[in-house]
Design a protein around this ligand. Structure first.
Ligand SMILES: Nc1ncnc2c1ncn2[C@@H]1O[C@H](COP(=O)(O)OP(=O)(O)OP(=O)(O)O)[C@@H](O)[C@H]1O
Ligand SMILES: [Mg+2]
Length: 292
């Protein structure tokens, strides 16, 4: 069942000098209930602009966005805010927690706008959700006292506590070290799967992207299917760069990271034929027991 559909979506802005800047063009994307999708692209390729449209925070300048079969344009601002609060959870690179509030308060927050049972049971539901992300013992901790990984877990609990149909994650591991990032992504996948939510992850990181079932690349505002296997194969170049660094052939400390970023985000690496095989079929993957 289709949850979210973009057809011919474009976004342009008018620059101060009067010129038009096309940030996104001709974007078609269909996301099913429970789907896990990744979008990779280099800095400035339009990822956040796309995420804002997916999350009903911004409107396209052309094309249509439908959520559960309804054209989002037909909704009033208030209806859109309500739908966003109810159906979409956001996870950001910088966690975006409120300073000075406890973990429990952060996670209770979205439930203040829920109705009925969810509202009345808000503290209990928030505590349960924090328990699920492994922070049952830290309900009273404020962000200042939590590590980056723990803060992102709070943010995940906050994004999921209203049981949204769609989770949008913008560089969710961008501020975390590799191991913490991997465990946070594992958790995000798991809680999204358990609650049947669709997950769209925007990232620079191929390993993060590989966790999804379907992969896309955004390049110059155009969205295409991406072949991550090809990208991984090409990333052996990075291993060579690391080996060189280990051998002292390259001196600057940050060099290998720079190479990684550049190689992984290059269009050649992420270029893929416009086909999607059975591995892109979530149902098939589910049946074969693969988790991405
Ligand atoms: N309101 C705006 N006015 C002018 N230019 C904009 C506006 N919003 C975005 N842009 C430009 O559109 C391009 C895409 O921006 P966007 O933030 O979507 O990129 P991104 O892929 O998320 O990059 P990053 O990986 O660095 O976060 C950039 O060149 C940016 O400067
Ligand atoms: Mg961005």
């Amino acid at each position: 069942m289709t949850l979210l559909q973009l057809a011919g979506v474009a976004r342009s802005v008018q620059l101060p000098d009067g010129d038009n800047l096309d940030i996104l063009t001709g974007i078609d994307l269909e996301v099913s209930v429970g789907d896990h999708v990744s979008i990779v692209g280099r800095s400035g390729s339009g990822k956040t602009t796309l995420l804002n449209i997916l999350g009903m925070l911004d409107e396209p300048t052309a094309g249509t966005v439908s959520f559960e079969g309804r054209d989002v344009r037909g909704l009033s601002g208030r209806a859109r805010d309500l739908a966003r609060g109810r159906d979409i959870g956001f996870v950001f690179q910088q966690f975006n927690l409120l300073p000075g509030r406890t973990a429990l308060e952060q996670v209770v927050m979205p439930l203040m706008y829920a109705d009925g049972r969810m509202f009345w049971r808000r503290r209990e539901l928030a505590a349960e959700m924090l328990e699920r992300v492994g922070l049952g013992g830290r309900l009273e901790s404020k962000p200042e006292k939590l590590s980056g990984g723990e803060q992102q877990r709070v943010a995940i609990a906050r994004a999921l506590v209203r049981k949204p149909r769609l989770i949008l994650a913008d560089e969710p591991t961008g501020a975390l070290d590799i191991d913490t990032g991997a465990s946070v992504m594992g958790l995000l996948d798991q809680v999204a799967t358990e609650s049947g939510a669709a997950l769209i992850t925007i990232t620079h990181d191929l390993h993060v992207a590989a966790r999804a079932r379907r992969h896309y690349r955004l390049d110059g505002g155009v969205l295409r299917p991406a072949d991550l296997e090809l990208a991984f194969a090409a990333s052996t170049l990075v291993v060579d760069a690391k080996a060189e660094a280990a051998l002292g052939l390259t001196t600057p400390a940050g060099a290998e990271v720079a190479v990684t970023r550049e190689v992984l985000a290059s269009p050649e690496v992420l270029a893929a034929p416009e086909v999607s095989g059975s591995r892109d079929d979530p149902a098939a993957r589910e049946m074969s027991g693969e988790d991405g």
